[in-house]
Design a protein around this ligand. Structure first.
Ligand code: RB5
Length: 146
């Protein structure tokens, strides 16, 4: 299951991605919004909690730049949200960071590229090994945040 959410700036791109993923047979939870003016942190938190709660294995968040969504989602323990605007980052944030949320900017990339980024993100497995140690260090940091 994939959780997806956007603010008003990301609505059209979110619709394109939902269409693409539905056609591919993915099960999707659409957290909103539906195009109305929306504060992105609330959506980021809801998608993040679908992932940390185990209902969804990954999440996708879209706002104008993808930056606000990524800042907000990374406040939730267990979330590794990666802002990607090209394919290489989407591949390596899965291989090396085990990113569990993909963030994109609807005002910075087009729908065709975004869909390719989504496919790479969802179909690339974490490499583990030395990268697991580094991800564990990030998890350790979360435990000591005051
Ligand atoms: C909304 O205008 C815009 O600020 C938002 O979509 C996002 O880009 C924030 O990071």
């Amino acid at each position: 299951m994939i959780a997806i959410g956007c603010d008003h700036a990301g609505y059209d791109l979110k619709s394109d991605i939902i269409g693409h993923l539905s056609q591919k047979g993915y099960q999707i939870i659409d957290i909103g919004c539906n195009g109305e003016p929306t504060d992105y942190p609330a959506i980021a938190e809801m998608v993040a909690r679908e992932v940390t709660g185990g209902t969804c294995e990954k999440g996708i968040l879209i706002c104008g730049t993808g930056i606000g969504m990524s800042i907000a989602a990374n406040k939730i323990k267990g979330i590794r949200a990666a802002l990607c605007s090209e394919e290489y980052s989407a591949k390596y944030t899965r291989l090396h960071n085990d990113a569990n949320i993909l963030c994109m900017g609807a005002r910075t990339i087009g729908s065709g590229l975004a869909i390719e980024i989504v496919d790479i993100f969802l179909n690339t497995e974490f490499e583990g090994g030395r990268h697991q140690r580094r991800v564990d260090l990030i998890t350790d940091m979360e435990k000591s945040i005051i």
